[in-house]
Design a protein around this ligand. Structure first.
Ligand SMILES: [Zn+2]
Length: 445
C-alpha cells in the first residue's frame, strides 16, 4: 500500500477530531466563564489575595514619607489627593460632577515649615535648658504668636498661692484638671509618653505644650522655676480639595455616599504622623468598596465615593460636600469609615448622632452580626457622618472602639501600617458592599 494514501486519511481524521475537540473545548470554556461571572455579581474580578495586596499597597503608599502625614494645606496632602484621584480613574469611578474629581473649599491652614519655636527652662540652681522642638516638646494648640516669660508652678498647693502674675503649669495626665485654666495661667506643659498630633490653630488663649518624660522629670528633679516660650505660626486661607467620584445608578432619586477622610495631622519638628489607622484604613477601604461596586451588577442609586479633606481641623471637607449635595436627591445615605481594621482591635462601632439614623445603624449591624464581626451601636459625633445628619440625609460612621485611650497609637508617630489587619479591613469593605446591594430600595424616611 502507498504510504501517502494511508497517511492522508489519517491526517484528515486527526484534523476533524482536533476541530471538534477545540469547538467543544471553547463551549465548555464559555459556560465556565458564564458561571464565574454569575458568581461574581458585586465582586471584583480579582482574587481575594490580589485585593488584599492592593489594599496593602495603597496603605503603604498613603503612610509613606512621601505624603508626610497628609496634613491639609501641605504638599503631602496635595500628593495624597492626587494619588486618590489616580486610583479613582484606574478603578473606573466617574468624576462626581461629570468633569471633576476635586471638590474645592476654603479653609484656614498653617504652614509647619514656616513656624518658629523657642523654649528655655530655668532651674532653681540657675542652670538653663534650651529645649528642642520636636524632641523635648511640641505644641498641642498652635497659637499664631506666643511671647511668654512665666513662673513655673509644679503642684496644686503652689498653684493656689499664685493668684497673680503669669504662670505656666506642669502637669501629667493624672494631675491635670480644669481648675488649672485660670486667667493668669498662660501656659500648660503636659507630659506625654508619645507625642499626640493635633492640627489645632488658635489666635488667642493659653499656650498648650506637650513635653516628653525626660524633660518632665528634669523639671521636677531640678525644681524648675521659670520658662520662656516664644513661637510663631503662619496661618492662612487655602483652597483645599476633597476627592470625589460617582458610580452612576439606574435611578437618580436616591444616593449613597461612601466616605473616608484621607487627611491626617502631618508632621511636627522631626516627628512624622503616618496615620495608618487614622484614616489610611478608611481611605483604602473606600477604594476596595468602589472597585467591588464598579465591577458588580449595575447599581440602582447614584453612589458617591468621597475622600474627604480637612477632617482633622474640624470636619471641613465633609461639611463643604454636604452643603453641595443637600437637596439634590430625595434621600441621601452616608456610610463613613474612620479608623478601622486594627490588629487585635476592640469592637467595631456603628455611630450616628441622632435617633433618625437608628434604622440605618440596625441594618448595618444585621450584616455585621451575620458575618460574626464583633460590633455595637453608639453615637460618637466627632467624625464626618455628623456633617450629613440633616435635611433628608442619613449618616453613620464605622469607628473602632476606644482607639483614643491610653496606650493607643492614634495621632502618635506609632500609627503605622503594621497596626493594620488587612483581612479584617477587607471584611469591613465587604459588609459595606453587601449593605449597598441589600438595601438599595430601602427608604429611611
Ligand atoms: Zn484623626
Amino acid at each position: 500500500m502507498n504510504k501517502k494514501r494511508i497517511i492522508l486519511p489519517i491526517l484528515l481524521t486527526l484534523m476533524m477530531v482536533t476541530l471538534l475537540l477545540s469547538k467543544s473545548y471553547f463551549s465548555v470554556q464559555t459556560s465556565i466563564e458564564t458561571i464565574k461571572l454569575k458568581e461574581n455579581v458585586g465582586k471584583v474580578n480579582k482574587s481575594h489575595l490580589e485585593q488584599i495586596k492592593i489594599i496593602e499597597t495603597d496603605l503603604n503608599k498613603l503612610t509613606s514619607d512621601e505624603f508626610m502625614g497628609r496634613l491639609t494645606g501641605t504638599m503631602g496632602n496635595e500628593k495624597a489627593g492626587k494619588y486618590l484621584m489616580k486610583r479613582f480613574e484606574k478603578i473606573g469611578i466617574k468624576p462626581f460632577d461629570g468633569s471633576n474629581y476635586y471638590h474645592e473649599f476654603n479653609q484656614e491652614v498653617y504652614f509647619p515649615d514656616r513656624s518658629e519655636h523657642y523654649m528655655k527652662v530655668i532651674f532653681e540652681d540657675g542652670s538653663e535648658k534650651i529645649c528642642e522642638y520636636g524632641k523635648d516638646y511640641i505644641d498641642q494648640i498652635r497659637l499664631s504668636k506666643v511671647d511668654l516669660n512665666c513662673q513655673l508652678v509644679l503642684d496644686q498647693k503652689e498653684l493656689d498661692n499664685r493668684t497673680t502674675g503669669e504662670i505656666a503649669i506642669v502637669v501629667d495626665d493624672d494631675s491635670i484638671n480644669k481648675n488649672m485654666f485660670r486667667s493668669n495661667t498662660k501656659a500648660i506643659l503636659r507630659k506625654r509618653k508619645d507625642f499626640f498630633g493635633v492640627p489645632q490653630i488658635a489666635h488667642k488663649g493659653a499656650a498648650y505644650i506637650q513635653i516628653d518624660d525626660e524633660l518632665y522629670d528634669e523639671i521636677f528633679e531640678k525644681n524648675a522655676k521659670e520658662v520662656i516660650i516664644k513661637s510663631r505660626y503662619k496661618t492662612g486661607d487655602s483652597i483645599v480639595k476633597n476627592v470625589i467620584g460617582r458610580i452612576p445608578g439606574k435611578k437618580k432619586e436616591k444616593a449613597f455616599i461612601i466616605s473616608a477622610h484621607f487627611d491626617h495631622v502631618g508632621w511636627d519638628g522631626d516627628i512624622m504622623f503616618p496615620g495608618a489607622i487614622d484614616n489610611g484604613s478608611g481611605t483604602v477601604a473606600i477604594l476596595n468598596i468602589a472597585e467591588q461596586l464598579v465591577n458588580g451588577k449595575e447599581l440602582e442609586n447614584d453612589t458617591y465615593i468621597c475622600g474627604f479633606n480637612g477632617e482633622e481641623f474640624g470636619l471641613f471637607g465633609s461639611k463643604a460636600f454636604a452643603n453641595h449635595i443637600k437637596g439634590k436627591y430625595s434621600e441621601i445615605i452616608v456610610i463613613n469609615i474612620d479608623c478601622v481594621g486594627k490588629i487585635n482591635g476592640k469592637r467595631l462601632g456603628i455611630h450616628g448622632d441622632s435617633p433618625k439614623n437608628d434604622k440605618l445603624k440596625e441594618d448595618i449591624k444585621g450584616i455585621l452580626d451575620k458575618k460574626s464581626i464583633d460590633n455595637f451601636t453608639g453615637s460618637i459625633p466627632n467624625s464626618d457622618h455628623s456633617s450629613f445628619s440633616y435635611d433628608g440625609m442619613y449618616s453613620i460612621s464605622l469607628i473602632q472602639e476606644n482607639l483614643f485611650n491610653e496606650g493607643e497609637s492614634i495621632h502618635t508617630p506609632n500609627d503605622s501600617s503594621e497596626l493594620v489587619d488587612y483581612e479584617y479591613l477587607k471584611e469591613i469593605c465587604d459588609v459595606v458592599v453587601d449593605f449597598i446591594y441589600k438595601f438599595e430600595d430601602e427608604s429611611y424616611k
